[in-house]
Design a protein around this ligand. Structure first.
Ligand code: AMP
Length: 170
């Protein structure tokens, strides 16, 4: 199966100049979605995994399936203001302005090995901030996994020292 065939390119979304990688065709195909989850789970056999962190919002879709399959705790990393309990926060810079992500203060236990899952790596800013958030929460980043890596943006360079795995490089 060619997984790329299940990613739809949407020009100028959500703003001019951005080519959005729409994964809904993949999610709609049980075989393609299953292949992705199996591939990620297979990669996880090569690293220590105590918990899965999913990045808001499309990362949740992959992280949820993975956590279920591996029988591991699932931790949502959310945009500011969405989590109801006490949180740890990290603010990071975007091209214009900045963004804040949060996790619950009791999300991780000290020294836990956490695998971060997201749909896509662009500049790497969101992934780097998530790693910082996990580390300031007392846990360790065991691996970073994305479905799609946008090679032109060199996001990987921002994540030096971490183990980053992408299923698709475009
Ligand atoms: P970045 O922090 O620049 O690596 O951006 C990664 C985050 O933004 C991920 O959570 C993606 O879901 C989202 N994202 C960034 N660029 C795109 C794109 N071209 N298509 C779909 N999602 C994107």
């Amino acid at each position: 199966m060619e997984l790329r065939d299940y990613i739809r390119n949407i020009p100028d979304f959500p703003k001019p100049g951005i080519q959005f990688k729409d994964i809904t065709p993949l999610l709609k195909s049980p075989d393609a979605f299953r292949e992705v989850v199996e591939a990620i789970a297979h990669y996880c056999t090569t690293v220590a995994v105590d918990a899965i962190a999913g990045i808001d919002a499309r990362g949740f879709l992959l992280a949820g399936a993975l956590a279920y399959k591996l029988r591991k705790p699932l931790i949502p990393v959310r945009k500011e203001g969405k989590l109801p309990f006490l949180t740890n926060k990290v603010t990071y810079e975007l091209e214009y302005g900045n963004d804040t992500i949060e996790v619950h203060q009791d999300a991780f236990t000290n020294g836990q090995n956490v695998v971060i899952v997201d749909d896509l790596l662009a500049t790497g800013g969101t992934m780097a901030a998530t790693a910082r958030l996990i580390e300031t929460s007392g846990a360790r980043v065991a691996a970073m996994i994305v479905l799609i890596e946008l090679m032109d943006l060199n996001g990987r360079d921002l994540l030096e020292g971490y183990s980053l795995h992408s299923l698709m490089q475009v």
